[in-house]
Ligand binder design. Sequence first.
Ligand code: SF4
Length: 289
Amino acid sequence: MKYEGMIFRPPSEADSLILQVTVGCSYNRCTFCGAYQGKRFRIKRFEEIKEDIDEVSSYRIKRVFLADGDALIIPQEELLRILSYLRAKLRGLERIGIYANAKDILRKEVEELKALRDLGLGILYLGLESGDPEVLKRIKKNATVDQLVHAGKRVKASGILLSVTVILGLGGVEGSQTHAMETGRVLSEMDPDYVGALSLMIVPGTPIEKEIETGRLVLPTPFGLIQELETMIAHCHFTRCFFASNHASNYLPLRIRLPEQKEEALKRIREVLRRKDPALLRPEYLRAL
Ligand code: SF4
């Protein structure tokens, strides 16, 4: 496999074959994101992708994740061609996953997403980050709350599983509770199959690092982040969702089914908040990503 630069994938794709079909992120301007710094965006040529698929075609591969940052930006015909080739070559293939941003999704009609699903696209990862419009503007998310909700609903309507990422701490101390409440509310509107909650980690060289250095953004304390998690979960009303805060960046790892385990989870979080004992939190050295 030929990879260009650092490769990122969702934690749940740890056992998947990572197939790099694009390089970088077509947008690459979210203020907190350093994932694709310095990578010039391009869609790989089909011949390059085909070579990578041919190389692994004798292996039994069940899951494939299409990298990099927003591979759904690939024009429909080209993406259908890649998925068809994957299906033809990897006989045991059960699921293909992909990152997408709201605009990539909204460029495709439900029928087009269904056509991708029929060729094996089983899960799509979308970064909501925050449900607070002010935060979305400040982090330059390049999508409004409305667009994000529509994008999420369109994925659900296509039958592709929807996994949404949110980031604790993005509202700073001042906007902490609004960020948490609005994120819970917007997540509920999207009603995703999976939610992954991360805590904001400051990547050197990103614009958000400057905001922190100059005091324009003050990060919540570890217990402040856990309070956000509590507020967010309390405001989440899902049909059926797996909610995880077990990402390495978090101080309190949780893996819960909502709505079934909501009260139990809230009870546990509130107990941690009541005791405020640092020994109950994931130690800093384990939070290194
Ligand atoms: S968060 Fe996603 S959309 Fe924003 S710059 Fe990073 S990869 Fe691109």
